[in-house]
Design a protein around this ligand. Structure first.
Ligand code: DGJ
Length: 756
């Protein structure tokens, strides 16, 4: 890993493992993008900026400076002086003029990586491997008196390049930042695809791939959260790129609020990728001497398709973003009472659930929504964080004590950012809810959003949450957020600053979560937003796991978890086994399959265990044992996508391989059975080709009667594969034969350990 300044060539070269990112200074002042990709290690690469061809650089052809601006590969494009492609920065002066041109002034190469004030960001980790280096490029617009610092960091153990931007007003007048994206990247590429993640509530982060067409294409959020619908990620990839081959360029935003992720195919066949805070509804007033830092963008290049990109993101987030002390620890298997009881519970019911759960090896009871104020339905009491003594007459500390006596931990749900119109908090402080004076704020799920841009509101939230946490030995918090923003008015901000509210709100959320992280270091925090509406790298900085989706149906989860695992390590994905028929889609799937699918995440249960059959309760015990066996591998290993149900509409398969390549776990789900077929061959990945692997264990169920491959009613058990030995090369290039099973939604797991 390293950052070099090649003075004679006017180049900056950042190397990170097998990749190289090169920045050039054209005409002495213009910061251009030269190259990003496989290591080339040749200082003569500056010609790639095409400044030796028409329209040349402005000092050679001032009459065509406009054409230069419109085709130069800018590292950070600005609005109003000739680049008509999508820009990163648009600034209005105090006199109302828009236009900004940045000139390079100097640079610094730093050991380590500066923190971003108030924002989540990747960090330098311990040891030689975790080291980071940072390049800071100082640029200036002389007319505005605006200084812009472009930051690039690289790490010893990752090929990713991480970017952020700081703007400082060194002029005499306030500046109005109408648009501040964090990064753009220009490259050639007419024949490329665009990959994004999209969906809705209960079907988040499905992969969406389409050809990149002429013009601008974007995904975005202006909902005040990163959202269920779009995700702050995009990748531009070769049309022939797949899981294991082809070039992929990806950007991912370390931020939880409004964003844009955009790609533009321009007139000269160049592609520009951009990412940053959504300019819609945004304007930041930068007073004299003030600075503004735009959140970080992670850039990843992979020369081996999406699979390698995935593993780069996973390693970077595990090594340089997640701070929780739980990162490398086993997470307790929890049971959450939400789908078991919804609001209809009391401490007797909770203890019944806890007792059964403890007997089956579950390790924590999580008390979800409805334990406070007068809340018996999803309306009312948000903000009144006092225990409902009708439901819990013995009060929280006693309930927690009772649960702990059963030998399990206790966790609790909050929705700290909200207030119900029917709450004491709202009656006392109606102005704390975000609103536009004179306008009745829009209710959503019968609630309003608290104005977390106000310090007294942040302090109230902190006090009420921390009071509960201090009142009893609570080990886990589920931090929920169940509505999007409307009526974005900040009554304390003043006329000029209303455009700051979305961002200031997120800074308030980050402040609260930072305090939680600092003052309750042993607490396991799981973020959640109506399922996965705030599953983003920003949140990962504060919580090691995030609730993936309210949809726990094993089949729906395949696409949701596939898209989520594209970027996030499996240990970050909140996944539970829930009851059937599934509460959202009504589908009935085998208990085993639900277990296998949830095993690809943090693992837990969300059902009424007291109503399960004895068989199902026994299966919980088996799944618990399986989780204990496999969780270090799932949490720490390399993830490989083998087959995607979203693509083939029949089956899904993924694999996790330990870093040492001495263990692998394959999960195969047959979504729809096919008649008159033979076994299916799947090709494993990531093993050591020369090593020998023993199939330690095969889920017996796939060989038993009801899943027999025979099309008759005859009950036959297929010969066992348990204990068989295979060479890594055989499993990867020859393949593994998975018997066809009878029935839809059935699954099997294969566990291999290296024996030589
Ligand atoms: C939405 C969450 O995603 C659910 O898991 C549950 O906690 C409900 N909120 C409670 O209101």
């Amino acid at each position: 890993m390293g950052i070099e300044y090649l003075k004679n060539e006017g180049l900056f070269r950042l190397t990170a493992q097998d990749t190289e990112y090169v920045i050039g200074i054209a005409d002495g002042v213009y910061v251009g993008h030269v190259y990003y990709g496989r290591k080339i290690d040749d200082s003569r690469c500056g010609y790639l900026m095409r400044t030796d061809e028409k329209p040349f650089v402005p000092s050679n052809n001032i009459k065509d400076k406009g054409s230069f601006a419109d085709c130069f590969p800018w590292e950070y494009s600005t609005w109003g002086v000739g680049d008509y492609r999508e820009s990163c920065l648009r600034v209005r002066s105090a006199d109302g003029y828009r236009g900004c041109e940045l000139h390079y002034e100097g640079h610094r190469i730093l050991d380590g990586k500066p923190r971003l004030p108030g924002l989540p960001a990747t960090f330098e980790a311990g040891g030689k491997e975790g080291k980071a280096a940072t390049l800071e490029l100082d640029c200036r617009d002389h007319v505005l008196g605006l200084k812009v610092i472009l930051r690039y960091s690289v790490f010893a153990d990752s090929p990713a390049v991480v970017r952020s931007v700081e703007l400082i007003n060194e002029g005499q007048q306030p500046l109005y930042l109408e648009k501040v994206l964090t990064a753009c990247m220009d490259m050639d590429g007419e024949d490329v695809d665009l990959l994004t993640l999209g969906g809705s509530w209960a079907r988040e982060r499905h992969m969406v791939r389409r050809p990149l067409c002429f013009g601008k294409q974007m995904v975005s959020s202006c909902r005040g959260e990163s959202g269920h619908q779009d995700h702050p990620f995009l990748a531009v990839m070769g049309r022939d790129a797949g899981q294991d081959r082809g070039d992929v360029y990806a950007m991912h935003f370390v931020y939880s609020g409004n964003f844009v992720a955009e790609a533009e195919l321009s007139q000269f066949g160049s592609v520009r990728m951009l990412m940053g805070i959504n300019p819609e509804g945004f304007e930041w007033v930068l007073g004299q001497g003030e600075s503004f830092t735009a959140p970080e963008v992670v850039c990843v290049y992979s020369d081996q398709g999406l699979g390698k990109m995935t593993r780069i993101f996973h390693d970077l987030y595990r090594g340089h973003l997640i701070r929780s002390s739980y990162l490398h620890k086993k997470r307790p298997i929890l049971i959450n009472n939400w789908e078991a009881t919804y609001f209809d519970f009391d401490s007797r019911r909770l203890l019944e659930i806890a007792r059964e759960a403890a007997e089956r090896g579950i390790e924590m009871l999580v008390l979800d929504d409805g334990w406070f104020g007068q809340r018996n339905e999803p309306a009312g009491s948000l903000g009144d964080w006092k225990v409902n003594e009708k439901k819990i007459p013995e009060k929280l500390p006693c309930l927690v004590e009772e649960v702990k006596k059963l030998g399990i931990e206790f966790g609790i749900w909050f929705e700290p950012e909200m207030v119900s119109p029917d709450s004491d908090l709202y009656r006392e402080h109606p102005d704390w809810a975000m609103h536009i004076p004179g306008r009745e704020p829009v209710q959503s799920r019968a609630q309003y959003v608290l104005d977390l841009s106000r310090q007294e509101v942040v302090d109230y939230v902190w006090q009420s949450v921390s009071e509960i946490l201090k009142s009893a030995p609570i080990s886990y918090v589920k931090w929920d957020m169940n509505r999007q923003m409307t009526d974005v008015g900040g009554c304390c901000l003043g006329r000029e600053h209303q455009g700051e509210l979305f961002h200031r709100y997120i800074l308030g959320v980050y402040e609260l979560q930072e305090r939680l992280h600092r003052e309750f270091p042993d607490l396991l925090l799981e973020n959640c937003a109506s399922g996965g509406a705030r599953f983003d790298p920003g949140m990962l900085y504060y919580s090691p796991q995030i609730w993936c989706s309210d949809d726990m149906d094993a089949v729906e989860r395949l696409a949701i978890q596939e898209g989520t695992a594209l970027l996030y390590p499996l240990g970050a994905m909140g996944a539970h086994v829930s009851a059937c028929p599934n509460h959202i889609v009504g589908r009935i799937t085998p208990f085993e399959t639900r277990g296998h699918v949830a095993m690809a995440g943090t693992f837990g249960y969300e059902l009424d265990i007291t109503r399960l059959s004895e068989d199902e309760k026994n299966m919980i015990q088996e799944q618990v044992e399986m989780y204990h066996r496999f969780q270090p591998l799932v949490r720490e290993g390399d993830y490989y996508r083998i087959a995607s149900w979203s693509e083939n509409h029949r089956y899904d398969c993924w694999q996790v391989v330990s870093k040492e390549k001495d263990e692998a776990l394959v999960t195969y789900v047959q979504v729809l059975a096919e008649p008159n077929q033979r076994s299916r061959k799947i090709y494993l990945k990531g093993l050591a080709p020369e090593a020998e692997y023993r199939l330690e264990e095969e889920d017996e169920e796939c060989r038993k009667e009801e899943f027999s491959m025979l099309d008759s009613d005859e009950k036959v058990t297929l010969p066992s594969m348990d204990g068989k030995i295979y060479k890594g090369a055989l499993l990867m290039y020859g393949g593994l034969l998975v018997p066809r099973m009878k029935g839809d939604f059935v699954s099997v797991m294969y566990h291999f350990t290296r024996v030589g």
